[in-house]
Write a protein that binds this ligand. Structure first.
Ligand code: GLU
Length: 626
């Protein structure tokens, strides 16, 4: 969370910085700001405002700055309310040094107390501001900016940070440091960039260096740069070629990123499957084939599986866990943060499967440190190439393409399908016969067409979503593969439409949540036939009857050809809408087909309720704080 941008070069910095902030606004949008060095404007110009980047952009445009270096930030507050004065950048007492920061400084209170006692005056409630005052002290004592940042990283050890500092006294240099939050250098002809995500500078270059934890970057106006460790040794780094195109990170003709990303799902499915099966339908995963030690682990040691994720990734993980179970594995899907803070231990025979869109989710990375310390084997499912999560063991990319909408959609689909391939790839090594795997991969290839058929009905689903405009509360119920879909459906509705929504097992509704059912409550029920557990359908249908008997409003997601669901309920009290999705013959694939209409429902409900779909209240994508 929080988006950082820095620029230094020969051109005016303001345009690059604002453009970068706009690209990073998905990371945080409660306030934004820039600090610019302009030789004619002493010492440092800081412009910052509460609210979206647009407010800061307008203020910057009004003063027409010409400075050729600067830093910028779009914030997701952790310490101190969203306000003008808590917006970054934060400056030292003299206003000559400024910093932007992503992360949390655990010892900031003690530092603030100490700095205040020494005579420093604080302007904000943030943890970040201590950085500016620490730098001020080190600089006063004669350290250059690089040394001052190095010493500061020692003082704030234990916290998480990506930070960039600018100093009016050294106008030709920006200094950055990275520990637990992402930071990239952009190498462009127009100048050098620093950013939390390379999207900020993708319009200007496809060359980027990803900083590792414990690395600092020093970028200069003469186009030179250095990467060093916190103790000032040259540090090896690779220049990465960014593969995606600019249109992949732009909305194009769509009103929102979320809608664009929903519509992309047939292509995402094709990309997930592309090159991952042999001619005879067996699964091939590069992350397994190129890792003999992992193959030997599968054959000789693998006993049980632990899937870790947060939010949507956790629900995708629960879906994949069920597929693991179907194939005879002992498995559990756990919230990564809960795992990290529990006494639960992984064994040498446990395969850990972390799942994440961004690969930078702080809760998951902390969990992975615990996994690493235990020496356990992991296989990651991750979307963003080269992200931190990829540094833990082997894995596979989701190939969903950049996901910008804060409410995750296509990444869910990619995670579920990739997870299914992983299960089959593991199982085929020892337990499964070839025809079974081939039948699945054959069916999976038709999934993109099923999704296209669903998307062709979008207008109908949007009307249902619009009918939810004034609904006070919703319940989402499902069983089997429908359970994680119910939770994910409710999450989508809560996060973007802000309708209080609970997702749960249809069975557990009667143990409490049914108390909420009345004629105003909408219950979305996923009523799908699971070929492995046929009774689930009838059981869910009887839970729907219980809702209708209490006059609840019901929306059903069922398979095409299911004529029964529309007639449920006493006379005059039938479901008010039935969403029909194509039959896909595998429970795990139905988790994808049933979820997509629920994404559209949430999108339409949010729009009719006047919500900002891509920037939902209090949220941000890539949750890089604990
Ligand atoms: N802790 C800083 C603040 O509250 C940065 C927050 C973040 O990175 O999300 O301003």
């Amino acid at each position: 969370m929080c988006g950082i941008v820095g620029y230094i070069g020969q051109k005016s910095a303001a345009g690059f910085l604002i453009e970068g902030l706009e690209k990073l606004e998905y990371r945080g949008y409660d306030s934004a700001g820039v600090a610019l060095l302009d030789v004619e404007q002493e010492p440092l110009q800081i412009i910052k405002h509460q609210g979206k980047v647009a407010a800061t952009a307008a203020a910057v445009a009004a003063i027409k700055p010409t400075g050729t270096s600067g830093i910028a930030h779009t914030r997701w507050a952790t310490h101190g309310e969203p306000s003008d004065r808590n917006a970054h950048p934060h400056a030292d007492c003299r206003g000559t040094i400024a910093v932007v920061h992503n992360g949390q400084l655990t010892n900031y209170q003690a530092l603030k107390k100490q700095l205040t006692a020494q005579g420093h005056t604080f302007q904000s409630d943030t943890d970040t501001e201590v950085l500016a005052h620490l730098l001020e002290d080190f600089r006063k004592n004669g350290d250059d900016l690089v040394t001052a940042v190095q010493k500061t990283t020692q003082v704030i050890a234990g916290g998480t940070f990506a930070l960039v500092a600018i100093d009016a006294a050294t106008p030709d240099t920006l200094v950055a440091a990275c520990m637990g939050s992402p930071l990239y250098i952009g190498l462009a002809d127009d100048g050098l960039f620093l950013a939390s995500d390379h999207r900020a500078f993708r319009a200007h270059t496809d060359k980027s260096v990803q900083l590792k934890d414990g690395q600092m970057a020093i970028i200069n106006a003469d186009h030179t740069y250095r990467v060093v460790t916190f103790d000032n040794h040259q540090s090896p780094h690779d220049i990465q070629q960014l593969k995606y195109q600019l249109e992949d990170i732009e909305k194009g003709t769509y009103a929102t990123f979320m809608e664009k990303e929903i519509v992309e799902q047939p292509d995402v499915v094709r990309r997930v499957l592309d090159g991952r099966s042999t001619d005879d339908g067996m699964v091939r995963l590069g992350g397994i084939e190129t890792h003999p030690e992992f193959q030997s682990f599968i054959k000789k040691q693998l006993h049980d599986v632990l899937i870790l994720g947060c939010g949507t990734s956790l629900y995708a993980g629960e879906t994949v866990a069920r597929f693991f179970q179907e194939h005879g594995y002992e498995v559990q899907a756990m919230d990564a943060a809960e795992f990290a803070t529990s006494s639960f231990q992984v064994k040498p025979t446990t395969l850990v499967v972390p799942m994440s869109q961004s690969g930078t989710t702080a809760d998951l990375l902390v969990a992975m440190e615990k996994v690493k310390a235990a020496g356990a084997v992991s296989f990651s499912l991750v979307n963003v190439p080269g992200s931190k999560l990829t540094s833990y063991g082997t894995g596979m990319y989701l190939h969903a393409g950049p996901e910008t909408g804060v409410a995750s959609t296509k990444a869910f689909t990619a995670q579920v399908l990739s997870g299914a391939l992983l299960v089959l790839a593991l199982a085929q090594e020892s337990r499964l016969n070839a025809p079974h795997v081939a039948a699945f991969t054959e069916r999976a290839k038709t999934l993109s067409f099923a999704i296209e058929k669903i998307l062709a009905q979008s207008d109908d689903y949007k009307k249902i979503g619009q009918s939810l405009k004034d609904v006070p509360r919703m319940l989402y119920i499902g069983r089997g593969y429908g359970l994680a879909v119910a939770k994910e459906g409710a999450l989508k509705m809560m996060e973007i439409a802000r309708i209080p929504s609970l997702g749960m097992s249809a069975a557990s509704m009667k143990h409490g949540p049914i108390a909420l059912v009345d004629s105003e409550t909408v219950v979305v029920a996923i009523c799908i036939h699971d070929p492995k557990v046929p009774e689930l359908y009838d059981l869910t249908v009887s839970n729907v009857e219980q809702v209708l008997a209490r006059k609840g409003r019901v929306i059903i997601v069922a398979e095409e050809g299911d004529d029964r669901v529309a007639t449920l309920g006493p006379n005059g009290q039938h479901p008010e809408a039935v969403i029909s999705v194509p039959k896909v013959h595998y429970g795990i694939l139905s988790a994808i087909t049933t979820m997509i209409p629920l994404q559209i429902l949430a999108l339409a409900a949010a729009e009719v309720r006047g919500m900002n779909v891509d920037q939902p209240m209090n949220l941000a994508k890539s949750v890089t704080v604990l």
